[in-house]
Write a new protein. Structure first.
Length: 354
């Protein structure tokens, strides 16, 4: 890992450890930790990580930003850092200076579509948008006769109907009818609905991989400490088998997530290589979340389901992230469509080059 990357990720990890440690959050039993933690993230510039310096950001390279998000998964971060990074990234792509407060990203689902009328006002709805108390703006990809555009809107101007996901975090249905954007600019070539979903899927893959890494660590530690029938349960063959399987799921998810980030860095979002890697990462990480959560909770037994234990913060977030920016069914279809398009002669060279 380059020195600069080590510094950026280490900075993020220090903030996470000091102000958003999951066990400390559980013990507080309230949201008093959110404001100081978010203020610290804003001060470090992490929500604007992918924004160029000319637009007020630190211009962190793509791969380092993905490393930050994987680190956020390792603490099951219950703050909208990923959404803010994505929203700021999309605004910056269109040359719009991101606001100092957080902006979430729209669309976050395959079927979302926001249109613009002749009067410049938006119309349409989006579903399953990540919303939090820190989110005051929305970065919206808008379809128009002149091609995709990017708009910045206030959340208070929209009609929002939200409900919690598995992890208790708000996912909202947002009605944009009649909303007039604060800023509006043409999207650059290559920034379209598909590209936004691919970027979001790669981000969620990183977070799931990070959460699984921590679930493995917690499970191994518990298996060495929990005594049953006079010895640690980690010495029982059945438990060892399950932990080995969990380790394999973690390794597969990390490899897939890192490979997707590398493809975006070197190939962009529109190449067949990136479609292959991102689709595979979202599918594999989603599958690993299901299998990994089951194994981790089986190792812990009943205690892993209690509010006081930290495990559920990781398992529930990993499972809920599966559905954001397209689930495994959607990405399996996307992957199949790409394979059918390139054909047998195109597929093997593509696979062999990875």
């Amino acid at each position: 890992m380059p020195e600069q990357e080590s510094y950026v990720v280490a900075t993020a990890e220090r903030v996470f450890a000091d102000l958003a440690d999951p066990q400390s959050v559980i013990q507080l039993r309230n949201d008093s930790w959110r404001a100081p933690a978010w203020a610290a993230l804003l001060e470090t510039g992490l929500p604007l990580a992918w924004v160029p310096e000319v637009l007020g950001g630190p211009d962190v390279p793509l791969d380092e930003g993905f490393a930050i998000l994987r680190a956020s998964g390792r603490v099951a971060l219950a703050l909208p850092l990923a959404e803010a990074m994505l929203g700021a990234w999309m605004l910056a792509q269109a040359g719009i200076t991101p606001p100092p407060e957080a902006a979430s990203i729209v669309p976050s689902g395959p079927h979302d579509q926001i249109l613009v009328g002749r009067d410049g006002r938006l119309a349409g709805k989006a579903t399953c948008v990540a919303i939090a108390t820190e989110i005051e703006r929305l970065a919206v990809l808008v379809a128009s006769n002149e091609g995709p555009h990017v708009a910045l809107v206030r959340t208070t101007d929209c009609r929002i109907n939200g409900r919690p996901n598995l992890a208790g975090e708000l996912r909202a249905s947002i009605d944009f009818d009649g909303v007039f954007p604060l800023a509006y600019a043409k999207a650059p070539a290559g920034l379209n609905h598909a590209a936004v979903l691919r970027m979001g899927a790669a981000v969620r893959a990183q977070q799931i991989a990070g959460a699984l890494e921590r679930m493995l660590e917690i499970s191994v530690r518990y298996a060495t400490e929990r005594i049953a029938f006079g010895k640690p349960i980690g010495q029982f063959q059945a438990v060892q088998h399950n932990l080995a399987k969990l380790g394999g799921e973690v390794a597969a998810s990390v490899a897939a997530a890192v490979s997707a980030a590398d493809a975006i860095l070197h190939e962009g979002l529109a190449s067949d290589a990136s479609i292959l890697e991102i689709s595979a990462a979202k599918i594999r990480c989603g599958q690993a979340a299901e299998v990994g959560a089951a194994i981790a909770h089986q190792v812990h037994g009943a205690i892993g389901f209690t509010d006081e234990h930290v495990l559920h913060r990781f398992s529930l977030r990993a499972l809920s992230w599966r559905d954001d920016f397209g689930n495994e069914v959607f990405w399996s279809t996307e992957l199949g469509s790409m394979v059918a398009r390139v054909g047998a002669r195109g597929l093997w060279p593509l696979l062999a080059s990875r």
